[in-house]
Design a protein around this ligand. Structure first.
Ligand code: NAD
Ligand code: WQD
Length: 349
């Protein structure tokens, strides 16, 4: 009997941190991903490494999700070649909260208008399935912990607004045609790297996020960590977050696609987190113990816009998608350190 052809997927932003890790899981699950990325924050080296880790030659299109003509061509050509795109995994976007406050129009343009352009191209090509990278940021100031998907949506910065707006667009998009399926995955705090040490997070310039900052201090690229606030009402006064291994997140996308392909249609928003909160000091101490590196730090005032603590109620993901995070904080630190110590300058080595 002939093997069933691999379902073709368009993966926007596949050259980025979460996208590149997800490509590995998608390929291993039997999908044929076509990557569309404008390389504004992604790396062609990451894609090469995905190829060598999987033994699979990737199809890569350098282009922008806001380019309607390009999108139409991509959907049309895959159809003409007899392997039409069956779904879209949509990572492409801008993600720095502070930058979104300084340049909101760029964020609305890329994240919101870009997604509208993508959806219009999907409609033209009659592609009805999308998995979207949303964020726990959509919840804003927590009313209670953990965040469930029923928590009010009230983002407090333009970046979060773009995610909430796209979720609303997808909800309305699904409501107009029963066959449409959109799953918004609300990521908590993705950290860590592929256990091979070949793929990881490679932020440009000074990292905004805690974990890549810690790994850059450990490898000697930065002198010390600034800890923003030690007077929060938390276990030790520092901020608490739900850190999740990037590969657990990647598996979540495969599960979301399986779910979408097995349902008749509809919209869902699903938390992807571990359900466990970790403070800045707890993460720092775990990382130090795993890496054997001392991480000097200084306490600084609270960072504007930060909340004291948040973590996920991940039970919807388990009930709906059959997904649960399996990797520990120690795994996240070990894998993140392997990546950083072997690639001190990211993909530039
Ligand atoms: P990333 O910046 O590493 O990856 C995004 C990719 O999209 C990059 O490769 C970039 O070059 C590409 N891109 C950006 N604008 C584009 C455009 N207009 N057209 C085509 N490609 C474009 O970010 P990431 O951490 O991998 O995040 C992926 C997605 O997940 C983003 O949508 C982000 O908002 C969301 N998210 C990330 C986090 C996080 O902490 N990393 C948390 C929650 C949600
Ligand atoms: C974690 C904790 C900081 C840096 C952000 C976005 C969110 C999502 C994930 C995309 C906090 C503290 C940090 C440092 C520190 N991204 N910290 N020193 O703020 O929870 O979430 O990334 O969707 O939208 O807002 O993550 O890693 O920046 O901070 O003390 O140098 O570490 O105050 O308590 P955050 P983070």
């Amino acid at each position: 009997m002939p093997l069933a052809p691999s379902p073709t997927l368009l993966v926007t932003g596949g050259a980025g941190y979460i996208g590149s890790h997800t490509l590995i899981e998608l390929i291993q699950a039997g999908y044929r991903p076509i990557v569309l990325d404008n390389f504004s924050n992604g790396s062609a080296h990451a894609l090469k490494r995905v190829e060598s880790l999987t033994g699979h030659a990737l199809e890569v299109i350098e282009g922008d999700i806001r380019d309607a003509a390009l999108l139409d061509t991509v959907f049309h050509q895959t159809k003409a070649h007899g392997a039409p795109i069956q779904g879209v995994v949509h990572f492409a976007g801008l993600k720095a909260v502070g930058e979104s406050v300084a340049a909101p129009l760029d964020y609305y343009q890329t994240n919101v208008a870009g997604t509208l352009t993508l959806l219009q191209a999907m409609d033209q090509a009659q592609v009805h399935t999308i998995v979207f990278s949303s964020s726990a940021t959509v919840y804003g100031i927590p009313r209670e912990q953990p965040y469930t998907e029923m928590h009010p949506i009230a983002p407090i910065n333009p970046y979060g607004q773009t995610k909430a707006m796209v979720e609303q667009v997808l909800r309305d998009w699904c409501a107009t045609l029963p066959a449409r399926r959109a799953i918004c995955l609300r990521y908590f705090n993705p950290i860590g790297a592929h256990p091979s040490g070949m793929l990881g997070e490679a932020p440009q310039g000074i990292p905004n996020n805690l974990f890549p900052f810690i790994t850059q201090v450990a490898v000697g690229k930065r002198s010390h960590l600034n800890i923003f606030g030690n007077d929060y009402p938390t276990v030790d006064g520092t901020g608490v977050r739900d850190y999740i291994h990037v590969l657990d997140l990647a598996v979540g996308h495969v599960k979301a696609l399986e779910h979408a392909r097995g349902t008749t249609g509809g919209f869902a928003a699903v938390n992807l987190g571990t359900g466990r909160g970790t403070s800045v000091l707890e993460l720092l101490n775990t990382f130090s113990a795993i890496s054997g590196r001392k991480i000097p730090y200084e306490f600084q005032p609270r960072r504007p816009g930060d909340i004291a603590e948040c973590w996920a109620d991940p039970s919807t993901a388990e009930a709906l998608l059959g997904w649960k995070a399996t990797r520990t904080l120690e795994d996240m630190c070990a894998d993140g350190w392997r990546w950083q110590s072997r690639n001190p300058n990211g993909y530039e080595d």
